[in-house]
Design a protein around this ligand. Structure first.
Ligand SMILES: [Zn+2]
Length: 258
């Protein structure tokens, strides 16, 4: 069986049989890939602890007959241990991993996406958790907006997507391709000035500045725009956006395996 080494971020770990985990990885060299980690759920496994969702590792993968590779070796690159010290951070990371799972296609290498995820998870693990709900953490929203950029789904925001007029642009329609002027707004969703400015900042500024460019009163509007774009182009509704009132954590997506 052919083996290869690559840097990988664990997006998801699903329990498989008594002792194994099936992982969804985002690899630097091959994009999204699935792999089985045999024995990873045994208490003394050397694999298990290094393959939690949200960690970055150098992995050796053996290609199988089907789509599922087998993990042969792993060395930790960025354990992001801070994710497990605070539940808000863990939930924020879960929202990042869910968006990556649902927007990045299988087997399509995208180095900017890999670096974006690694950077985001590192920041979430290091920084103090945000005050509000983790799904509205500017770091989470920043990753969601930047994933739209790397996935080629960025809407038009600088001028009216329908007629080209300049600001003010008080509405947004994913079907029309972006922000809309008052004349073209029709029944489109409202877009506040604050959300518009925050979107521009999250796109244009480094992720580390997300909290400066996306104040709390802009967050829900940014989340709404991201949700509209994902639904229009990918048919995806993120769990966080679909059920904002639910206290349920991202347990299914972000199975810690404990
Ligand atoms: Zn217009």
């Amino acid at each position: 069986m052919a083996t290869y080494e690559t840097d990988a971020i664990v997006l998801r770990a699903i329990r498989y049989s008594e002792a194994d985990s099936v992982l969804t990885l985002y690899t630097r060299d091959r994009g999204r890939a699935s792999a089985i980690a045999k024995g990873a759920r045994r208490p003394r496994s050397r694999l298990g602890g290094r393959l939690q969702p949200g960690t970055c590792s150098r992995v050796t993968l053996a290609e199988g007959r089907g789509e599922l590779a087998t993990v042969r070796g792993v060395s930790s690159l960025q354990p992001n241990a801070g994710l497990w010290t605070e539940s808000g951070r863990l939930r924020a990371a879960g929202h990042v991993l869910e968006a990556a799972l649902r927007t990045l296609p299988d087997g399509d290498p995208n180095e900017p996406a890999y670096h974006l995820l690694g950077n985001a998870l590192g920041l979430i693990a290091r920084e103090p958790p945000s005050e509000g709900p983790p799904r509205l953490d500017p770091l989470v929203l920043g990753v969601h907006v930047k994933l739209l950029v790397v996935a080629g789904l960025l809407p038009v925001l600088g001028s009216c997507a329908h007629c080209g007029a300049g600001p003010p642009l008080p509405a947004f329609s994913a079907a029309a391709g972006g922000a809309l002027c008052g004349e073209c707004a029709g029944g489109a969703d409202p877009l506040t000035l604050a959300a518009h400015a925050a979107l521009a900042g999250l796109i244009g500024r480094p992720l580390g500045e997300a909290r400066e460019v996306c104040p709390p009163h802009a967050a829900a509007g940014v989340e709404r725009v991201v949700g509209l774009v994902l639904r229009e182009h990918l048919g995806v509704i993120l769990r966080s956006a679909a059920a904002p009132a639910s206290p349920r954590g991202p347990s299914e997506t972000f199975d810690s395996g404990h």
